[in-house]
Design a protein around this ligand. Structure first.
Ligand code: HEM
Length: 157
């Protein structure tokens, strides 16, 4: 394997990326702090989430994939993900996985930096249902922005 090999290939290709995506989502579902987010997801939704995650990682890590899903802000807007949830994902699930699965330090650092780079669009959106509770007359099809809740917040200035 050359110095130029993609992260996708260095991790072991399709089977490794599928294993990683499936394991992270399964452990997130079973985690006491964030598992409730999947309480009412259907079997098909969970399976689609995992296939979408594989496509997303594959596309960004140099695999042959095309990700067809929404951008990360849209995928998580209205989910109500907090700092506490984010920390649970990394402290309980992502970080321990590197040693457990024998991912070498260089690849672990690249995976970690990649996943963490989405923090600003994943964490901080209010829960859509909470916004609706505060604004019962909100036009749900116009979304939270129609009642002045913009997320991600527009850049200042
Ligand atoms: C605590 C943090 C996170 C939680 C609780 C979370 C939860 C979820 C859930 C429940 C979905 C499914 C949405 C649906 O069914 O419509 C989803 C979608 C997705 N998440 Fe996250 N997520 C988190 C962080 C991340 C991070 C760090 C990434 C890395 C980039 C990520 C990547 C994705 C992708 C790619 C999808 C879309 C899959 C698709 O629709 O094709 N998530 N997330």
């Amino acid at each position: 394997m050359t110095e130029q090999a993609s992260l996708y290939d260095r991790l072991g290709g399709l089977e490794s990326v599928k294993f990683l995506a499936r394991t992270l989502v399964v452990r997130a579902m079973l985690n006491p702090t964030i598992g409730h987010i999947w309480n009412h997801k259907t079997e098909a939704e969970v399976q689609e989430e995992i296939s979408g995650f594989v496509e997303f990682l594959g596309m960004h890590w140099g695999g042959p994939h095309t990700y067809h899903g929404p951008d990360m802000a849209t995928a998580h807007r209205g989910m109500g993900i907090t700092e506490e949830y984010w920390d649970a994902l990394f402290d309980d699930i992502v970080t321990p996985a590197y040693a457990e699965f024998g991912i070498p330090q260089r690849e672990a650092e690249e995976v970690d930096a990649f996943l963490r780079s989405f923090k600003s669009v994943v964490v901080g959106s209010p829960s859509f249902k909470d916004v609706l509770r505060e604004h019962p007359d909100m036009d749900v099809m116009q979304g939270m922005k129609s009642v002045g809740v913009h997320w991600p917040a527009p850049a200042a200035g």
